[in-house]
Design a protein. Sequence first.
Length: 308
Amino acid sequence: MKQISLVIPVFRNEGSLQPTYQQVLSLFKEQLTDFDYEFIFVNDGSDDNSMQELLQIRSADPKVKVIDFTRNFGQVPAMVAGMKEASGQAIIAMSADLQDPVDLIAQMVSEWQHGNEIVICYRVDREDSIGANIASKFFYGLMKISNHRMPVGGFDFILLDETANEQLQKIDERNRFIQGDILWLGYNTKFIPYKRLKREIGKSQWTLAKKIKYFIDGFINTSYLPIRFISLLGFITALSGFIYALVIIYLRIVNETPFKGWAPIMVLLLIIGGIIMNMLGIIGEYIWRIYDESRKRPYYIIKKKYID
């Protein structure tokens, strides 16, 4: 009997963990009866009663594993840690807030059995605020520029074959954009559209600061576009400045000045200065990532594993 591992990152999900577990378990009892299962919950430094709730679930089901981080490292490190611990022939990563329709798991498994090493459920709509919808489409729209396979609505509800998961684990980087890593693998991929459900229990911990950080990680880690863009912008600015300098020299020779006063000079200084500062900011992001990689700090720290 093949085994399916369900990896579920947990951060302040008190109250939604038991319903998530029960709904997935019911699916295996009713539709996926030919498969064995294991749950891998990764507690990402929750400061509520999430850990206690996870241990209660585990006490009733030995097929439930719990990994407890020392602090909050983020959703992506939690996903990576859970996938590394998985022993199933297929690994499914999903959220713990019931916004991902559990019924899709059966379809994902079916697509995997038909030879797709990766199955991605991507969001075509979401029962969230207008701001969240706009931000999501904007973010993943930019990501699509660097990777045409990136769904506009984004994704984090995925299935990986054990072979694809093994290759994913070989990527040893910090500040990761895991969606880009998964698409980069190049395995046969099936895309399944779905509507992300409204969160009924608890409050999302995906703050604006985390979204901005992940946007920068994704835009820089998956493409050379930013650095190439500033190179092109620098070349255009330098060429324009050189041409303008020739114009000024010519006008000076024929005793004609292009303007009177300091306003045009200030405008040019502000524009060029702003461009230079933006360039330095992008270069700084790359330098920071190089420095962060060179330190070789662990991607996450596990306080304790409850897996026996």
